[in-house]
Write a protein that binds this ligand. Structure first.
Ligand code: JFZ
Length: 456
């Protein structure tokens, strides 16, 4: 109690060095992380000028795969030719944000993280330090529209913010060989850049975002390289302390850094480790994959696309099946992580029907089976011997069955004397053989995606 109060005071302290010398207590951190750990499922939104282009440049298809939020980089466009094609196609329709909120809510998501600014540099709010933003170009504050709509549905609000900026004239891309820049290696003469001025700008823009929109529940930084990261690249420690000064409860990811202590083993989206010093952030961010056995005690969140692109690409038809997405969510929960599942709305803010349909299918499954996901912790015995996964809530375990085993009896080394089918509340026959529980399954599983049995 005392420790909690003390660390709360420390976090509120304006003396930043002081706050950093006094790390947060475990009790306080657990309290701060608790809603996020219980949530298990969030929606990611990639939306910016690239959304209007939707995978086309000069009226031609750029690619039918991959991250089309990088289209400016893919076609090697400077910011002016990019903006002249993309801005006219970015036409947010009235009420688009309510549609997002409803999709997330009905899917069973507890939070939504959306791009306040992606690498292209276009800010969705009305910033006083740039005119490359929705305020100046559209006379709208899209961050406000989105946060208002999310809160109306009771959803927590997360800001994705790119520290890479392809628009800002002082962003010194020459200081990293690993970070992308559309004109890197293509520009004949590079005018000298004063990166300190970019970092001042970055800090200012972030300050606006954490000062003017009420409680920000998550900040999702993106991203750093081994040769350009942390304090050197972004004055990261100072930036995080400033954010915490305004938002003491905020949860931040680790992407202002790219060092082993911050959960990274190298470059690439697979390079994640279970090592995470809270000084560098609150959670590790595996991208487009699910760690095989979780990430130990580290908090983690897998972010993933439903097709292959984060930003809208009309040519990408490689959609994952709803069943895959439902099983991914279960797999992640069984390993103690969160699932941040992406939608890429079109230039007018509409959610592609393929995404709406998949989110609805997950929501439908969650309506019946949500108690086996929300607030659960990892399986105490890893992957089970049957085709499925296990989650845990205190003394109860949830058996997620993907396929009925031959003979129709599940064997699992867990305590418990009562088995309940979540779908209809009926009891299933249970016998014990020493440490093993034997559960008799119905002839056909009621849910082809995942049938859940609670073992008490
Ligand atoms: C980043 C973004 O570049 C991408 O557009 C999307 O927003 C995703 C969620 O995050 O993706 C990355 C991050 C790291 C690497 C590559 C792509 N990396 O380390 O090579």
């Amino acid at each position: 109690m005392k420790a909690t109060l003390l660390s709360a005071l420390l976090l509120l302290s304006p003396t930043l060095a002081f706050a950093r010398e006094n790390p947060e207590s475990t009790t306080h951190r657990d309290q701060r992380m608790s809603w996020w750990r219980e949530a298990r499922f969030g929606m990611f939104v990639h939306w910016g000028l690239y959304s209007g282009l939707g995978g086309d440049w000069n009226g031609k298809k750029v690619s039918d795969r991959g991250g089309l939020e990088w289209i400016q980089q893919m076609v090697g466009a400077d910011t002016y030719s990019y903006a002249s094609q993309a801005v006219p196609k970015f036409t947010p329709k009235p009420g688009f944000a309510a549609e997002w909120a409803s999709v997330a809510k009905q899917a069973g998501c507890k939070y939504v993280v959306f791009t306040t600014k992606h690498h292209e540099g276009f800010a969705l709010h009305d910033s006083s330090v740039t005119n490359y933003d929705a305020g100046d170009l559209l006379q709208r504050d899209l961050v406000r529209e989105i946060t208002d709509a999310l809160r109306k549905e009771g959803l927590r609000v997360g800001f994705y913010h790119s520290v890479i900026d392809w628009h800002h004239p002082q962003y010194d891309f020459t200081r990293s060989r690993q970070l992308p820049y559309p004109k890197h290696g293509r520009e004949i003469a590079v005018t000298p850049r004063d990166h300190r001025r970019y970092v001042d700008f970055l800090h200012h823009e972030v300050d606006e975002l954490v000062s003017n929109y009420g409680t920000v529940d998550v900040i999702w930084w993106d991203y750093s390289a081994q040769d350009f990261q942390g304090d050197q690249a972004w004055r990261a420690g100072e930036l995080m302390d400033k954010v915490r000064g305004k938002q003491p409860q905020v949860i931040m990811n680790n992407r202002l850094f790219r060092i082993p202590e911050a959960g990274f083993s190298g470059m690439g989206t697979n390079a994640v480790t279970a090592r995470m010093d809270p000084k560098y952030g609150d959670f590790v961010t595996p991208e487009q994959h699910i760690p095989d056995t979780g990430l130990g005690d580290a908090d983690w969140e897998t972010c993933m696309t439903m097709n292959t692109s984060w930003g809208f690409n009309r040519h990408d038809s490689k959609w994952k099946a709803s069943q895959t997405l439902i099983r991914n969510l279960i797999d992640i929960a069984s390993k103690g992580g969160n699932y941040l599942l992406n939608i890429g709305p079109t230039g007018d803010g509409s959610v592609p029907p393929e995404s709406v349909e998949r989110m609805a299918a997950i929501g439908n499954w969650m309506k019946t089976n949500g108690e086996s996901i929300y607030g659960t912790t990892a399986s105490p015995i890893g992957k089970p011997g049957f085709d499925g996964r296990i989650t845990r809530r205190g003394d109860s375990h949830y058996l997620h069955v993907f396929a009925r085993p031959d003979g129709g009896t599940l064997r699992v080394k867990l305590p418990g004397s009562k088995a309940t089918l979540i779908a209809d509340g009926s009891s299933l026959e249970l016998t014990r053989e020493g440490e093993e529980a034997l559960v008799r399954l119905p002839e056909t599983l009621p849910d082809a995606d995942a049938t859940v049995i609670r073992l008490d």
